[in-house]
Design a protein around this ligand. Structure first.
Ligand code: SAM
Length: 238
């Protein structure tokens, strides 16, 4: 997908990117590819693949939830090279964004992108999600939490739901295995206070695969014991 094809496909979803926003995406692409030569950030480096598998994919929640185009507070957990969080910020400059990752070198890259693109209201947090969800300044503070390619759903729910406000949403980016993951997550949903409100299935353009977006609403407060200490959610999923 070329930059122009991305822009056109977003217009068909009533999402309009300015010249400045298109330039920011291009700068982001260049920084990603340059930095990837010295630091492992992504396996996807060809321009058209980055535009569809990283950029377009990251934007897809906006097709289903227009609230995300307003001034909401969003944390992207296990953001890596900034997906989906930083792309959502470029598309919606009003977003109050927090990027969380346990690998500091990835955060150094993200800081460089934030500086060069002159993005404001972006906070970078070097922490494990298990610690982040227990910090009072972050716990139950976010309208939205997102995560892509971080863990299986039962684990991910424990890493992400504690940071979501009551009435807010965790958006999990999943693939064709989502149905099985949801079936394995009933106990976790019940214990953590989440409810799957809707699931949106789409095919990414140019045969880039199936995406399923799970919109999980926080309907009850998460008990204080969750998330458990680092590593426990993965070793002993709920
Ligand atoms: N979300 C990005 C994407 O879709 O391209 C990155 C995916 S990468 C496969 C997984 C990222 O999650 C890595 O950057 C890793 O450091 C981070 N991660 C994994 N477990 C984590 C945890 N418990 N807390 C914080 N970050 C975590």
């Amino acid at each position: 997908m070329s930059p122009q094809e991305l822009q056109e496909s977003l217009i068909s979803q009533n999402i309009f990117l300015s010249t400045k926003q298109m330039q920011q995406l291009q700068q982001y692409f260049q920084l990603l590819v340059q930095t990837n030569k010295v630091m492992n950030l992504t396996n996807i480096t060809e321009q058209s693949a980055v535009y569809v598998k990283h950029f377009y994919d990251s934007i897809t929640p906006l097709f289903y939830d227009r609230q995300l185009l307003h001034s909401v507070c969003l944390a992207d957990i296990g953001t890596g090279a900034g997906f989906p969080g930083l792309v959502l910020k470029i598309v919606n400059p009003q977003l109050q964004l927090t990027l969380v990752d346990s690998l500091n070198k990835r955060l150094n890259f993200l800081q460089q992108v934030v500086d060069q693109l002159q993005l404001s209201s972006v906070q970078l947090v070097h922490a494990r999600a298990e610690q982040f969800g227990q910090m009072s300044q972050y716990r139950q503070q976010f309208d939205y939490v997102t995560a892509r390619a971080v863990a299986s759903l039962p684990v991910l729910l424990e890493l992400c739901l504690p940071a979501v406000k009551l009435g807010g949403y965790f958006i999990a980016f999943k693939g064709s295995q989502a149905t099985a993951e949801v079936a394995a997550s009933q106990v976790a949903l019940e214990k953590l206070g989440g409810q799957i409100e809707h699931v949106e299935k789409l095919m990414l353009p140019q045969q880039a695969g199936e995406r399923q977006l799970l919109f999980i609403k926080k309907i009850k407060e998460t008990p204080a014991k969750f998330p458990r200490k680092p590593g426990t959610p993965t070793r002993q999923p709920l």
